[in-house]
Write a protein that binds this ligand. Sequence first.
Ligand SMILES: [Zn+2]
Length: 247
Amino acid sequence: MPLTVLNYHSIRNDGELPLSVTVQEFRWQMQFIADKGYHGVSLEEGFKKTGKNKKNRKEIVLTFDDGYLDNYTEAFPVLLEFGFTATFFVTVDFIEHNMITWHERPEQGAAMSWGNLREMTLAGMCVGSHTLSHSRLSEIPAAQSMRELSESGAVIGERLGTQVLSFAYPSGDFTREVMEMVPEAGYAMAAALALPPGIVEDRYSIPRTGINVRDCRWRYRLKMCGVLGTPPVNQMVKLGRIFNKKN
Ligand SMILES: [Zn+2]
């Protein structure tokens, strides 16, 4: 069964952020997943060994980028209600200082706190790294990229008392060189958006389909089955095999 990996940013009603989804639509989307017999899971869970309890279970991977406060206040309660898990890729400077320079977004909104994230991990959610500063990794020197990768994972792990296994490239921007740094920095997997030219699907370049305010219900349905946006991870079986071999 192909695995679809969805990517959200902010769940809010003011419509100020083009990448946001309204609270009502997010709830409808989670209900749609449940009604279709799917289970929403974290990236880590989606790529784990197929255990007895996972046999024949249909899964959709849910991910949230950046670390917006509404991920905690709006998305988290809905996920709990449906018994779903998700991976939250947080930008360390945003969580620590509530201040960050987004490259494509002048508006930012408030960030989650480490306390919010601790509560979420205790409830079964996963927290991954989205760098320290949300820099475009193809545009900064290699040493700086390595620092963005390794220090962010270390800070998150230390603040939350967890092992940080997953990473997401800011703006889906990376090169083969950056991709090779991901395992060196201690991660087991990395999430992209649409893959950059010349990059093939791998455990360190997992494509995701972005969901935003422009996705009306029919567009969402098409994205769910891979007709629109980044196609589902058709090589799930292959990826699972690679993942299981290395773990
Ligand atoms: Zn981001």
